[in-house]
Design a protein around this ligand. Structure first.
Ligand code: UDP
Length: 328
């Protein structure tokens, strides 16, 4: 049986990856420090003999006994609110954490895939964004802690590949949504859906003319899986190219949730990218992959997930695990 280590395993993408690899009959070693992750996302896996969980912070030395065939590094805070609240941890997990995991991959002769992001393109001046675009990033802005950590992560990954011959894969992940997103992490989809469920106005930042392209989580996970299994070591964009303005998206959510919420406009956060759309030609050509789930269908599933959460979750102003972050 192949063994895979997944970091950030209690998070949104990490937990879906755990499910995917369990389904593919891997032995899954899950790791998370639970700063932003939630054990609820993986508790259904604990009873399986081929699943184990390590409560560990990957910015510290990572030890896993036995062989490892694959490593997927998905530990990282991932929302603009997280970057404001835990900026140093965001930088450390992308930099020190990635270094530790590359060292582990080298030691175990494991193939490693790292979760990079469309944030490496910053506020892009080229549209849509192909992998060859170098980006337009403000190193010192509030989002710089994520952008630059991920850019460093890509650099050190390529260095381990070129210098040490480690088998590496780099996924540039664009906005992804689906069940298990944190309801109150400030990202636009949980924000709008939470507001609709609480009967509040939908808060559109700026004039709402900025665009995003949202990928349903099952599609994203399939793309990541195919990239890991491919022999391609340069970065690949994995996202859904269907682009929409945030204002139109707010209107879509109002229709979907069948509520009569009003839209209110709030200031645009600093360095909020004005446009974002992946060029997925590479993923199509190299991985034979493209998204299968339309926004209407994916949003319905996601809304049903948020509807199923408790009232307590719905009204919690902040994710509970932030109360833990001083410990780390
Ligand atoms: N946004 C918004 N209202 C909200 C939350 C976010 O209009 O309550 C906007 C935000 O300014 C950005 C877009 O929605 O332009 C996507 O934001 P998100 O935080 O989900 O992800 P990003 O792609 O910016 O990392």
């Amino acid at each position: 049986m192949k063994r895979v280590l997944i970091t950030g395993a209690a998070g949104f993408l990490g937990s879906h990856l755990c499910d995917k690899f369990i389904e593919k009959d891997f032995e899954v070693i899950a790791m998370d420090n639970l700063i932003t992750g939630d054990l609820k996302n993986i508790e259904h896996l604990f009873r399986l003999p081929k699943f184990s969980f390590y409560h560990h912070d990957v910015t510290k030395f990572v030890h896993v006994p036995g062989k490892l065939d694959y490593i997927l590094h998905f530990a990282s805070p991932a929302s603009p609110i997280d970057y404001l609240k835990i900026p140093i941890q965001t930088l450390k997990v992308g930099a020190l954490g990635t270094h530790n995991l590359l060292g582990l991959a080298k030691e175990k002769k494991a193939r490693i895939l790292i979760a990079s992001t469309s944030e490496v393109y910053g506020d892009p001046l080229v549209h849509p964004q192909p992998e060859e675009y170098y980006g337009n990033v403000n190193t010192i802005g509030p989002r710089g802690v994520d952008d630059e950590a991920k850019r460093f992560q890509e650099s050190i990954t390529m260095a381990y590949h070129r210098f040490h011959g480690v088998e590496t894969r780099i996924a540039r992940i664009f906005n992804t949504y689906g069940p298990r997103m944190r309801l109150n992490d400030g990202r636009v989809i949980p924000a709008f859906m939470g507001q609709a469920l609480r009967g509040e106005d939908l808060t559109v930042f700026g004039d709402g003319m900025q665009t995003r392209s949202f990928c349903y989580v099952d599609d994203e996970i399939e793309g990541i899986y195919r990239l890991l299994m491919s022999d391609y070591s340069l970065p690949v964009n994995i996202g859904n190219p269907e682009e929409i303005t945030i204002l139109d998206f707010a209107k879509e959510i109002i229709k979907l949730t069948n509520t009569n919420q009003k839209i209110v406009f709030k200031p645009l956060p600093k360095d909020d990218p004005l446009q974002r759309q992946p060029d997925i030609s590479k993923a199509k050509e190299i991985l034979g992959w493209q998204p299968q789930t339309g926004r209407g269908e994916g949003m319905k599933i996601t809304f049903n997930y948020f509807k199923s959460l408790s009232k307590e979750d719905l009204y919690k102003s902040e994710h509970k695990s932030f109360s833990n972050y001083n410990k780390y």
